[in-house]
Design a protein around this ligand. Sequence first.
Ligand code: NAD
Length: 278
Amino acid sequence: MHDDLKGKTALVTGSGKKTGIGYAIAKKLAECGMNVVIADLGEVSGKGEQIRIATSSEMEEIARSFEREAGVGAIACACDVTDTESIARMMERIKEKFGRLDVLCNNAGASFGVPNSVISYDGAAWMKTIDVNLHSVFHVSRAAFPLMLGAPASIINTASRAGKVPPIFNGAYAVAKAGVIMLTKVMAKELAGAGIRVNAVCPAQINTDLEKWRFGLEAQVFNSTVEEREKEMCKTIPLGRLGEPVEVADLFAFLASRESAYITGQAINICGGQLMEL
Ligand code: NAD
């Protein structure tokens, strides 16, 4: 399946932890025969993260396992997706190693300063959340653009259900993800002529560190347990369970491949039916 991806190159941001959606995407694309760039914070880790971030040794280990097991090229790039110099250095490495980029998955994301209402939100945490989730897509896509010209290419952005349905006490993240959806649509129109399709994926409740952290916060607020919060959440999902990162990865592979050649500018839900739109 997705035979057209073989021998091409993908960059996946936020892919340095084996528990995350980014790793599942990178693994799936490697299994499709793509060379893969594992990009995550590693040693350029910022401060104040509320969820564990990927380490450089983990990222290296992942890249080596893809080379070994999928027989593809793989590099690990320590990169902060909010830092344009760090991004430029990564693009140089990609150019040197692979020459071009066919698929860009803007997947890195995080929330800072939550839970908090808009009124009491810390200003710096608000800006950082918008930087990591939204401005990163702007910066990385612009830097990748010259490497994506000359052959059909695909950009896939990880947005969120939170970009469509307002959550409470997580406002900066929701605003940023709504921005990712609009940025996706603007870029889809502007880049179509250059042969670059741009789509967003909107996951809801996917079983990762981020989701466990969120249940932990809810457990504090509702004086409950993580298990009880998860059980309550599953009652709101028609398919009755959390999604798995590999299920999101399958959608990314479809949107990367020529099987989705006529799809651009869309924000596709992957949520077990939790959100249904006309
Ligand atoms: P995660 O915390 O496991 O993964 C996020 C990754 O992004 C981490 O590896 C982290 O190190 C990396 N990262 C954070 N800041 C970065 C920066 N400045 N530069 C580079 N890398 C950075 O969470 P996840 O659930 O795998 O989330 C992946 C994406 O999916 C995120 O964009 C998230 O907002 C989105 N999402 C997740 C869910 C869910 O239910 N898990 C739902 C909707 C959207």
